[in-house]
Ligand binder design. Structure first.
Ligand SMILES: Nc1ncnc2c1ncn2[C@@H]1O[C@H](COP(=O)(O)OP(=O)(O)OP(=O)(O)O)[C@@H](O)[C@H]1O
Length: 603
């Protein structure tokens, strides 16, 4: 039994001896005097000393910077704590330094104090740690120079900044203390209020779908500036510990946005000028067909010479010109003459017929419109005033301009300013205005259909063109001119205008003035069978018809109308059955009108 026990003990001793000798750590038994009592195989292998060499040394002699005092201190600590772990560099016998982790155990054995030191070579671990530190340092530098901030959006939608780079400090003006530690300033507050909802919605989606996103929005910097930021982020979701976040970083794209805006603006402008040029070209093409100068104006009457003298007088100035005259008297011809004799002749005269456009389109025609300014405004359009900048505008039939636009025209005449429909920005132009009308504008002012202030503005230099019937001496010249013109055009050889024909033409009262004469000559040229200009029956019919519908004065019409009413009421003026009631005027007024018009009850 005894022998069995001692055999067991023996086995255990050998096992512990074996375990110690082949342990992966170096093991030293040292007493309170720092004497080494025993070392294992690993200790010899690691530090290059033999067992014997170790046993003749004190522990601190193995290290050039250690001594008995240091040892003593360390021993006291060990005694107090019983187990101590520390790291240090330990030299080998051949002077190589090895990083080691030392774990000391305090042992009391048979009245003696020992320490058992487990010394582990941690070279590989240290190298890994160093490498990790190094890569962390590189990462830090990289992140610090990153154009952005790293942030995290918690599930409660408070976007909080986790890390702020030097770069974003410069951009936002906020320090890490402001953004990271100051709970009051969350990232959401940096985002411009108008963009917040959009940003949070996108983040929420990124969270749900856990996929990366990109977003442009504005942030407010510390100084109150607004910067455009492009955010690259991704949703991160963890079910285990409920960390739900959006991580990302942002870029300042203010300059990029500005550049994009400038580009869009530039493109818009190019588009606009292209349209404008196209429109101008259409005008040119239209206008080129007709050359207006004095060469095309034919006249020998004194009355018309005065008109031409006025044209010469006013052309060189920038004064507004108002051309007055019956229809077909040549108002447009005179407008062109004014423009062609002016310093603005290099650019084409822009024409607007105020009567030819529907009231709702005149404004956009005159002043232009922005895209979408009204239904149907599919593209931005320059108005005629803009097209006429640096040139002249001919406003034909100005008397037909609606009252609301008369105010706007007055503004252009006074300040050279107007607003394009749908654009709050006022435009300024340098345009010379030439207006024309066959209406009696003074009467229109009295009736309240034409603004008095506009009338005075336009009437700076009025040119009255006399009707053709008031200058019959011009008729032979014009007849000759138009006959030649249409002979050439139709290829007909009309060589003579008989005296008789000329007399008829001179006697006719020409309600349509020169335009009418021109049309009649054209028709006569076409219909004349030989080389003489002939007026067929068609002209006599026209002549008598025009005589029968000869226009009478307003007074005459009024007179006839009052007489008709009086006849109907048997000359009763007032009362329910009186003429005043029919005419819807005051009986007193009717009596005074009758007096004025010389209407008396027949005896
Ligand atoms: N003195 C002239 N010499 C030659 N042609 C003329 C003369 N006056 C007018 N005409 C011609 O008569 C026609 C009508 O002229 P224009 O269109 O200028 O008249 P208008 O007064 O502007 O007419 P509206 O009041 O109807 O607009 C044109 O073909 C024009 O060339």
């Amino acid at each position: 039994m005894m022998s069995h026990l001692s055999e067991q003990h023996d086995n255990m001793m050998r096992l512990s001896h074996f375990t110690m000798e082949y342990a992966p750590d170096a093991i030293f038994w040292v007493d309170s005097e720092a004497r080494i009592h025993r070392v294992n195989e690993m200790a010899c292998r690691l530090f290059g000393y033999s067992q014997d060499e170790f046993l003749h040394k004190k522990v601190y002699e193995l290290h050039p910077e250690e001594n008995v005092e240091i040892w003593q201190k360390r021993w006291n600590t060990l005694k107090e704590h019983k187990v101590v772990t520390f790291e240090k560099l330990q030299p080998t016998k051949n002077g190589q330094w090895i990083p080691v982790e030392v774990t000391q155990n305090f042992i009391e054995f048979e009245g003696q104090e020992y320490s058992c030191n487990f010394v582990r070579d941690i070279t590989a671990r240290k190298r890994a740690e160093d490498e990790l530190q190094e890569s962390q340092r590189t990462l830090q530098t990289l992140i610090h120079n990153l154009p952005g901030a790293v942030y995290r959006c918690k599930h409660d939608q408070q976007l909080t900044v986790e890390f702020i780079t030097a770069w974003s400090q410069r951009i936002t003006g906020y320090t890490p203390e402001d953004l990271i530690f100051n709970k009051k300033i969350s990232r959401v507050e940096l985002i411009h209020p108008e963009d917040r909802k959009k940003v949070l919605r996108e983040y929420e989606e990124a969270l749900k779908e856990q996929k990366p996103g990109r977003l442009n929005y504005r942030i407010i910097t510390m100084s109150g500036d607004i910067k455009w930021i492009s955010d690259r982020f991704r949703g991160v979701y963890s079910e285990t510990n409920d960390i739900v976040a959006v991580e990302g970083f942002f870029n300042d794209i203010t300059q990029q946005i500005e550049a994009e805006k400038e580009l869009t603006q530039a493109l818009l402008e190019v588009e606009y000028f292209k349209n404008r040029l196209e429109e101008e070209n259409i005008y040119l093409r239209q206008e080129i067909k007709l050359t207006y100068n004095f060469e095309n104006i034919h006249s020998q009457s004194e009355k018309y010479k005065q008109v031409l003298a006025q044209v010469e007088q006013v052309a060189a100035t920038d004064a507004t010109v108002l051309i007055l005259g019956e229809t077909g008297t040549g108002k447009e011809l005179i407008a062109h003459a004014v423009h062609n004799l002016s310093t603005r002749r290099e650019r084409s005269l822009v024409k607007v017929n105020c009567a030819a456009l529907p009231a709702n389109l005149i404004e956009s025609e005159l002043f232009g419109h922005e895209k979408g300014a009204f239904t149907g405004a599919i593209a931005r359009k320059a108005g005629r005033f803009e097209l006429a900048d640096g040139s002249s505008i001919f406003l034909d039939e100005i008397g037909e301009l609606p009252l609301d636009l008369q105010v706007k025209l007055l503004r252009v005449l006074q300040e050279g300013e107007f607003d394009r429909l749908g654009n709050p920005q006022t435009l300024k132009v340098n345009v010379r205005v030439i207006a024309a009308t066959n209406r009696d504008l003074e009467k229109a002012v009295q009736n309240g259909t034409f603004r008095e202030d506009l009338f005075y503005r336009l009437n700076v230099f009025p040119i009255h063109i006399p009707p053709l019937r008031d200058r019959p001496e011009d008729i032979p010249l014009l007849v000759k001119y138009f006959t030649q013109k249409f002979s050439k055009k139709t290829g007909k050889q009309i060589e003579r205008v008989p005296r008789k024909v000329m007399n008829i033409l001179q006697e006719y009262h020409w309600p349509g003035n020169i335009r009418e004469l021109e049309n009649i000559i054209e028709r006569a040229v076409i219909l004349s069978p030989g080389t003489r200009l002939e007026l067929g029956d068609w002209f006599s019919a026209k002549e008598s018809q025009s005589k029968s519908v000869k226009l009478v004065t307003l007074e005459e019409t009024e007179r006839t109308h009052i007489l008709k009413a009086l006849k109907k009421t048997h000359w009763r003026v007032s009362g329910e059955k009186g003429a005043a009631k029919i005419l819807n005027i005051n009986p007193q007024t009717l009596v005074s009108r009758m007096k004025k018009l010389g209407i008396e009850r027949p005896a």
